[in-house]
Design a binder for this molecule. Sequence first.
Ligand code: GTP
Ligand code: MG
Length: 442
Amino acid sequence: MTDTIVAISTAHAKGAISIVRMSGSLALDIAKKVTDISFKPREAKLAKFYDGDELIDIVLVLYFQAPKSFTGEDVVEFHCHGGLAVTKMVLDTLVKHGARIALAGEFTKRAFLNGKIDMTQAEAIAKLIDTKSKQSVKILSKQLRGSLGEFTNKIREDLIEIMAYVEVNIDYAYEDLPPDLVSQIIDKLNAIKDTLHKTLIASKKREGMFNGYKVAIIGKPNVGKSTLLNNLLNYNRAIVSDIAGTTRDTIEEEITLANHVIKIVDTAGIRDKTNDTIEKIGIERSKEALNQSDIVIAIFDSSREFDSEDMEIVQLLKNTNKDILVALNKTDLPPKLDTTLLEEFKPISITKYDSDVVERKLEEILENYEYEENILITSRQIQQVQKAYDEIVESFELLNSNQLELFSYHIQNAIMYIASITKPFEHDEMLEKMFGTFCVGK
Ligand SMILES: Nc1nc2c(ncn2[C@@H]2O[C@H](COP(=O)(O)OP(=O)(O)OP(=O)(O)O)[C@@H](O)[C@H]2O)c(=O)[nH]1
Ligand SMILES: [Mg+2]
């Protein structure tokens, strides 16, 4: 018999209501001992909550009878008044009567182990709590209902069908195989391969959707990078001066744009001939910031001649696959910059007095991002799909050279990796680690 667990499921802060949740075989017995009501499943009842003879709170009680509950066990929820002290006293009383404080993610882990949800749904729950963008809420709530599980199950079934074709024909000589069978298998397998590939690309590209997209501001020294950061933040976060090399380290701040949380990174001006060691480190960091960003804002000073330092920025832009926004700054001053090499980036003009157009452009880029519904949301999911994809790629050769047994071996592996997305084969320690990243009470 497993322990009966209990935790405060709402945020640990002062609020109107706090929910204490208890799950396990003793839940109903304990609940009866601390309240003055009779219990009926799925009925909300107002109850006096006692610690012995002492009245602690008037609470709303909900009882979910196993297996029709989140965890699949008996669950009782106590909605108490939201003071920190009263909630803690309710919790302590339940512990006194035999419940144990839940570990992080233990409720969700039980839901998973009892087959109430699959692993993708458990992961969607964890992400939903952490996520910062409205777009990702839409995707995650679909996954919460099992959409990613359905998607991977369909792929699994298609692969099993291919296996079946092959197994039936494994004993035939190649010449005796139905003539169009191999081409049918290849078509099916190609379709699966393409779907997995598309999903992998979309998922890797859209990691920022959950954690906030990163936008790096780059440019040579003194072009107005920190000025733009301050304008986007609406306050003077970074030091701005006419001395080149003012910003020495990267500065990261968050803003919300078009329902997305964006992490804006201001960097040290990039130039190649500096002798200053600290500045050199800063420049390396700006290159790193560019590599880690989703969108790059490159700033050029329209009031100065185009020089080798600007050229270095152009080179960086040409060598990156990030979304690029080029801004010509200081357009309030007489123009001197030859913009020929920048035309391909369709530059926009800004000044320190008017940089709103940058926000609008950023919003445009974000709005144009395509959102695959079946995006993979954890690195675990990405890894497993990648492995399945690699197995399928490897199997193609073998089919062409009629090595059906080896082909079938690789397809089996692919099936196993796909299946593990919803039902990982990891042992208990592994599960503990996975659910340990959840918050307590989940
Ligand atoms: N006239 C004019 N001056 C500007 C404009 N934008 C920025 N400046 C000035 O340009 C100077 C440099 O601005 P910063 O924002 O510190 O430039 P930076 O790119 O962060 O410079 P580093 O940190 O040294 O790489 C400051 O004196 C700003 O006031 C603009 O649109 N017009
Ligand atoms: Mg700066």
